[in-house]
Design a protein. Sequence first.
Length: 472
Amino acid sequence: MNGLVLESAVRQLELLRTNAISVAELAEAHIRQIERLNPKLNALVDFDADKVRARARMHDAWIGTRTRRPLFGLPVTIKSSIATRGLKCEIGSLLHKGEIPAHDAAAVARLRAAGALILGTTNCPEFLMAYETDNLLHGQTRNPWDLERTPGGSSGGESAAIAAGMSAAGLGSDSGGSVRVPAHFTGICSLKPTPGRIPGRGHLPPCVGPFQILGAIGPMARTMADVALLFRLLSGHDPVDPASAPVALREPTLNELRSNRIGFFEDDGLAPVTQETRAAVQAAAAALREAGFRVDPFRPSTLEQLRTLWWKFFVQCGAMLYAPEIRGREDELSPIFNEFLAIAAGAHPLTADQLLSAWAELDLLRAKALEEMRKYPVLLCPVASVPAFRHGERSWNIDGRTVEYLDAWRHSQWFNALAAPAAVIPVGRSPEGLPIGVQIVARPFEDETALGIAAIVDAAFGYRPPPMALNS
């Protein structure tokens, strides 16, 4: 059964549909993998094996009387910032210890309606404001490729669980790279969709104000086919979510995908990336050319301006939004969240005039970026400057230049400010054998284009399991 849990979600569903395996048997295989690996990884923070077994038996009892649903019996996990009825949703904070939602987030409700079997919820940094998953409530999550390294943040628990075969797929969320950087760190796939394509209702904290532009709930899995399957099933208008867009699902053909000229770049000219990261981008570009795409060097001129505005909204506005909740309870905050607050304090709160000016500037800048993307509607670029880092590291030396903590993930932050869909696929390896992903970015609301082109890259490279996931 060890190999079964490392199969793609699509393959696991095929085995269930053909009765090659029961829901209970598939659930038991995942339970054993969780019991073996979670003590080392600390990815799942709310998991009850007996309750999962009981739900799996109920699924099997429905088989003879109910039409199979598209995710029927698939074992999945949910980041613990996305409301999941009956499971802890604590956002990694002592301030929310023991909180269990009475209702599902819209995306979770759609997963259940599709027949998914929810195994549990996964760890995240406190209030989601870090690229490393650690908190005072549940502790540190470790990377299945190297326990001395982080699986990223803020969807680090989710990425570690999926990479190690403890979950077939799941949901994370992303306001600054939080499904993409963890996927890059652990060698899996993910999509930060256009905000509103997958409903954000039920995410904690709510995706409101500037985070309505920056943030999105996104699918994570071991293959792009699995990510695309989740996107198709979870997308669609939510009539009570003001950010939800009534955009019809598309299925572009290969020829339609090939009509998109792809612009690629290996860095932004400001922050260096490792040589292996450059090689991964070049390898992905070569694979796409081999598949019949036109791929040219191109780098938008708006990247640094987009990042400056991302910083204002994510860092400065983020600290301002949390201020009322944490006031008077500062001694209960984790070191990682205090680190975020210290960074924000160095920039000072925004005045009303500054916030209004930044919001107007963002609309103008997004229009300029989209104008540049008319010629190259798809971009290929790095996810980050470095692969998974050791716990507590905050700067790196690349070719004699120092890259500081928040600068290393700028490649992801640009596209939150642009509100563009961005998919991540594992392509390369570092000298230590750590995964290196690349990013495929499309224009807003063209998520299916990003998914389709990312699937072609995934077919050329694809998921490889970390050794600890294979060892019995």
